[in-house]
Design a binder for this molecule. Structure first.
Ligand code: CA
Length: 241
């Protein structure tokens, strides 16, 4: 389950990398930039994004070697890869496709064209929707498809990250999720996000949920849990204390 869609952009030219990242973010993706091949392989060794945009001309190694390494590792053998290639380097494109790249754009490219290829590749691989999560908990209503959360009938402004947090907790309802698990499922491939971030977002989410905040229980030293009946939980606590 990975509701987040992170894209790793492997490109050493900052202007191009930033342009691509900006367009990805406008399309609702999280963009992570790696400015050389080594950094890219390092990041990919830790966690996998949804897709990689890979420039073939990198300062430290050939982009084709990065692709080769990705394809030879079982974990990333099917990771969607879009190549950025230089005009006139037909041989590189052919080699790239033979090595298993999914698509390519030729520099100079239109960012919109690149976004079309990225979204097309990810749409094909979109997983089958999972069972619908419950949408009403007491005074709290959640409509994931319409991106709407309401408490006591009033709509609450919620960010995409908060919505992911909320739906991850609810899907695992009853079960404690550790901060690391929450990071993996709600943030996915985000190397700069720390466990502290989870706490900050939970705090903000609780504030927004107001009367429904008690559904999120802190499990000291472990993480967080969605409780289906907070009133029962607080009674239990009161009795144990
Ligand atoms: Ca380059």
């Amino acid at each position: 389950m990975s509701p987040i869609r992170a894209v790793l952009v492997v490109e050493d030219e900052p202007a191009i990398a930033n342009l691509v990242a900006l367009h990805l973010e406008q399309c609702g993706f999280e963009a992570v930039i790696a400015s050389d091949g080594r950094r890219a392989l390092d990041l990919l060794g830790k966690a996998l994004p949804s897709l990689v945009v890979l420039d073939l001309m990198l300062p430290d190694m050939d982009g084709l070697d990065v692709l080769r390494r990705l394809r030879s590792d079982e974990r990333s053998a099917r990771l969607p890869v879009v190549l950025l290639t230089a005009r006139g380097s037909e041989e590189d494109r052919v080699t790239g496709l033979e090595l298993g790249a999914d698509d390519y754009v030729t520099k100079p490219f239109s960012p919109r064209e690149l976004m079309l290829r990225v979204t097309k590749l990810l749409a094909v691989r979109e997983p089958v929707p999972q069972d619908k999560m419950p949408t009403v908990f007491g005074c709290l209503e959640i409509d994931e498809d319409r991106f709407r959360v309401a408490v006591e009938g009033r709509t609450v402004e919620i960010s995409a990250t908060e919505m992911r947090l909320l739906t991850e907790l609810i899907r695992a309802r009853g079960k404690v999720l550790s901060r690391t698990q929450i990071l993996q499922s709600a943030w996915g491939f985000m190397p700069n996000v720390t466990e502290r971030t989870v706490d900050t977002h939970i705090k903000r989410l609780r504030q927004k949920l107001g009367a429904a905040a008690a559904y999120i229980e802190t499990v000291r030293g472990v993480g967080y849990r969605w409780v289906e009946d907070p009133s029962a939980a607080s009674t239990r606590k009161a009795v144990t204390v």
